[in-house]
Design a protein around this ligand. Structure first.
Ligand SMILES: C[S@@+](CC[C@H](N)C(=O)[O-])C[C@H]1O[C@@H](n2cnc3c(N)ncnc32)[C@H](O)[C@@H]1O
Length: 319
């Protein structure tokens, strides 16, 4: 018989990636209003920060992870929070999903798989996605010499997926958003580190039920802000409020807020009732506040930030 998961380990895993991603919060709400119940596959779900959020919205969520510890933690967290989802212990390479997926998340997983195999996984996911379905793919890359410190390039995984592979793999789909940034992050028991991130969102076109995802592009002011860099790079993460950041740096050029009711995972564990994520941009520097605590900092490489405002049936052509 399997032993009960250790509470401390579960709490640590719950905290390790923070709360749901802002695009998942936005897309979940839009899909719910458009479809009611919808089917989600979260591949490489970890402890389930996105899966838990979507299940809480009422989505039918399958979370798949190769780590036994993550699957156990996810089941335990879902039980504690009181949401229903299916957590599967499997490798993405071998997993065969159901064939009516509306939303597929691959956040931080495909760069761990060799490119030919990752492309096979993507092709399988595409064939199991409904017309109008959405894929959110987030990969880490290691080869942008202009933005990644030498020490980080050394950790490169040879043969890992690159954005150009995704562009080819999603030929015929609509590329809804592509953002590149380098995120400074921290996890419990693990110091500060950098994640060079490529986030790409694709929508499968076509079909009677297709609803086009409408996107706003917010152009970021180009240029460095050394004061922002210095302020956000010192170890103020987890201690700074948005008011303190504004007092030090002045009002942001642009800010974006997304909220959800109910309990979510967050950097503070699973205790939070309700979840608010605020992104504040000063030029290409973005600070992330979870429930008004600074939890992350990115420098954007791409010049746009995308928000999603509706999922509407495309206008019918008059005949
Ligand atoms: C960086 S974490 C991201 C977790 C989660 N997607 C999130 O955003 O919080 C990557 C996850 O992918 C899982 N993983 C890595 N390789 C995998 C594979 N081949 N198949 C399934 N899961 C895998 C790891 O166990 C880990 O939980």
């Amino acid at each position: 018989m399997r032993s009960a998961p250790d509470n401390e380990a579960v709490d640590l895993l719950a905290r390790s990636m923070g709360g749901p991603s802002r695009e998942v919060m936005a897309l979940g709400t839009l899909l719910k209003s458009r479809l009611g119940r919808f089917h989600v596959l979260d591949l490489g779900s970890g402890a389930g920060r996105n899966a838990i959020y979507l299940a809480g919205l009422g989505a039918l969520v399958t979370a798949v992870d190769a780590s036994d510890a993550h699957v156990e933690a996810l089941n335990e967290i879902a039980r504690r929070i009181g949401v229903d989802l299916t957590a599967v212990h499997a490798r993405a390479e071998q997993y065969s999903p159901r064939d009516d997926l509306d939303l597929v998340l691959c956040h931080g997983i495909l760069h761990f798989i060799s490119t030919p195999m990752a492309l096979e996984v993507i092709a399988r996911l595409q064939s199991k996605t409904r017309l109008g379905g959405i894929h959110v793919i987030t990969i880490a890359t290691f080869d942008d010499k202009n933005h990644i410190p030498e020490s980080f390039i050394g950790q490169s995984f040879d043969g890992a997926l690159r954005p150009q592979h995704l562009v080819q793999a999603y030929d015929g789909w609509r590329c809804v958003a592509h953002e590149s940034y380098v995120k400074r992050d921290h996890h419990p028991n693990d110091g500060y580190h950098l994640h060079p991130i490529e986030k790409m969102i694709f929508q499968r076109p076509g079909g009677e039920d297709t609803a086009a995802l409408n996107v706003d592009k917010h152009r970021l002011l180009y240029g460095d802000r050394p004061d922002v860099r210095t302020f956000l790079q010192t170890d103020k993460l987890t201690r700074t409020s948005s008011a303190a950041a504004i007092a030090a740096l002045g009002p942001p050029d642009f800010s974006f807020t997304t909220t959800s009711a109910g309990t979510q995972l967050s950097f503070n564990g699973v205790r939070e009732q309700g979840h608010e994520l605020v992104l504040m941009f000063w030029a290409q520097h973005a600070a992330y506040f979870e429930n008004d605590v600074l939890v992350g900092y990115s420098v954007y490489v791409s010049d746009c930030f995308h928000t999603f405002h509706s999922l509407s049936r495309p206008p019918r052509l008059e005949t």
